[in-house]
Design a protein around this ligand. Structure first.
Ligand code: HCA
Ligand code: CU
Length: 478
């Protein structure tokens, strides 16, 4: 386990697979586990082997992979579940059982004492067989505090070196979480985990409050997957810990987007552009007042520097754009204008944007040529061209996927094709970073299963006699 102040436990493979509609294949689980290990997660909750043969196989494969991260199976306090975990070569079992009144009475039909006995028995059995143990009082945040403290203390004394404070239905406020974790922290020797559900959108805030009260691990899933509205997303917890509390969780931030895309593809659950940290809009600035300030000092409208996670900022130029943003874009394109010309271009741009959904670089060039009265294309920076071959998921219509892809900035043309790949697109970008951003957007498109990209080094043209239109993809603008 990395020597970090707060450990991230990722449960994409267990809690995440409890998301409605999500089921990972064994090879996908192995891919995700390896990526989680690479990104620096300290503990991986790989699944509950009792669920199915497939889950068991995945836990076993991950258990035998020799990852740096601790591999955990999530189980009931039953001898059989522990035996299965032993077969899977996991490092630790997480033994969970409901402790709140409603869980005791409606679900388990067991008394407080019976639950306690079962838990302690299971902990001893697991410890006797060389397993590390975490104990999770499920629905801890709705469990009577005195009983919660008692069962946690006894579990800790029996050999559970971690206890998970499970906010199973996400009903805590950060202040309440802080108070509860402080109480347990003061009375129990075991290290504390936080497992915060997001039913009221407070999972990240509650996790941070729990850390401030002394917890040393936070449970997350990639993209916030999980039962109902999921649990705290890995990227948000890791970056918020660093940016707001200056706490290192050992996570390599620059890999967050890649991991998120992988899990989007394997889960079929796609994040919104407004998702913090990894959403496509996270560092875009649109309103004129914002962009002009950001161009002088990005701090004015950014919570943190996007470079922290290996991303760049984006200035959106459309009807909300002011002169500064337009000037910055024109500068980037190598188009020189005086003040009057800039005003005129900005005005015409706003008119155009009232009619057109998306403003492309080609629109800016056309407007500039109109206002300046001469060709500017020659002054535009040379573009990188990529040819992207795309495999799509069989259950989504290719045409629907193409429609989404042609809307991506930088995609100049797309073809539905026969053969190995279903779609071929040409993409053009001003530099490698922009090309990557475009490729990432393609990979993140719903229905895209896999992509292969070739960057064009040299270009040769045929005589073009039969196919006049074949020149089009290579025309840089318009
Ligand atoms: C569940 C239980 C759990 C357990 C959390 C934990 C919860 O969904 O079956 O073990 O830390 O939310 O209580 O995910
Ligand atoms: Cu949960």
């Amino acid at each position: 386990m990395p020597d970090s102040k707060v450990i991230i436990l990722d449960s994409t493979l267990r809690e995440g697979e409890q998301t409605p509609g999500v089921s990972f294949r064994v090879d996908e689980k192995l891919d995700i586990a390896k990526k989680l290990d690479e990104i620096g997660v300290g503990m991986i909750e790989a699944g509950s082997p009792i669920v199915s043969e497939g889950v068991k196989e995945a836990v076993k494969k991950i258990g035998k992979e020799n990852l740096k991260a601790e591999v955990i199976s999530h189980i009931r306090p039953l001898k059989n579940d522990i035996d299965l975990s032993l077969e899977c070569d996991v490092d630790r079992v997480a033994i969970f059982i409901g402790t709140s009144k409603s869980h005791r009475e409606a679900k388990l039909k067991m008394s407080k004492e019976q639950i306690e006995e079962k838990v302690l028995e299971a902990i001893s059995y697991a410890r006797d067989h060389g397993l590390k143990v975490r104990f999770t009082p499920e629905d801890a945040t709705r469990t009577e505090t005195d009983y919660l403290l008692r069962i946690c203390r006894k579990a800790s004394e029996a050999g559970a070196d971690r206890i998970s404070v499970a906010d199973t239905v996400g009903i805590m406020t950060p202040n309440q979480m802080y108070d509860l974790v402080s109480k347990i922290h003061g009375k129990v020797k075991a290290e504390l985990d936080l497992h915060c559900h997001n039913d009221l959108g407070l999972a990240v805030a509650n996790s941070l409050a729990g850390v401030q009260a002394g917890a040393t691990a936070v449970h997350t899933t990639v993209n916030g997957l999980g039962e109902r509205t999921g649990i705290a997303p890995l990227s948000e917890v890791a970056v918020a810990l660093k940016v707001l509390l200056n706490i290192d969780s050992g996570i390599k931030f620059e890999l967050l987007s890649e991991l998120s895309s992988m899990v989007e593809r394997y889960s079929g659950v796609y994040i919104s552009p407004t998702t913090p940290i990894i959403g496509s809009n996270a560092f875009s600035h649109k309103a004129g007042i914002h962009t002009s300030a950001v161009l002088v000092n990005p701090q004015t409208y950014e919570a943190f520097d996007p470079a922290l996670i290996g991303r760049g900022r984006k200035i959106i130029v459309d009807k909300y754009a002011g002169r500064h943003a337009v000037k910055a874009l024109l500068d980037e394109m190598g188009i020189n204008v005086n003040d009057d010309q800039l005003n005129q271009i900005t005005k015409e741009l706003k008119n155009l944007a009232d009619k057109k959904k998306r403003i492309e670089d080609s629109d800016i060039i056309a407007l500039s040529e109109k206002v300046l009265g001469h060709k500017v294309s020659g002054e535009a920076p040379e573009l990188l061209t990529g040819i992207v071959s795309i495999k799509t998921e069989p259950h989504i219509y290719t045409t629907n996927i193409i429609r989404r892809i042609v809307g991506i900035n930088g995609v100049s043309e797309a073809f539905e094709t026969s053969g190995d790949y279903d779609i071929i697109t040409y993409v053009q970008a001003k530099d490698v970073a922009a090309l990557n951003e475009c490729l990432e957007a393609i990979r993140n498109t719903k229905g895209v299963e896999a992509t292969t990209t070739r960057v064009v080094l040299k270009r040769f043209q045929g005589n073009g006699k039969l196919k006049e239109e074949s020149k089009k993809p290579w025309k840089l603008f318009g």
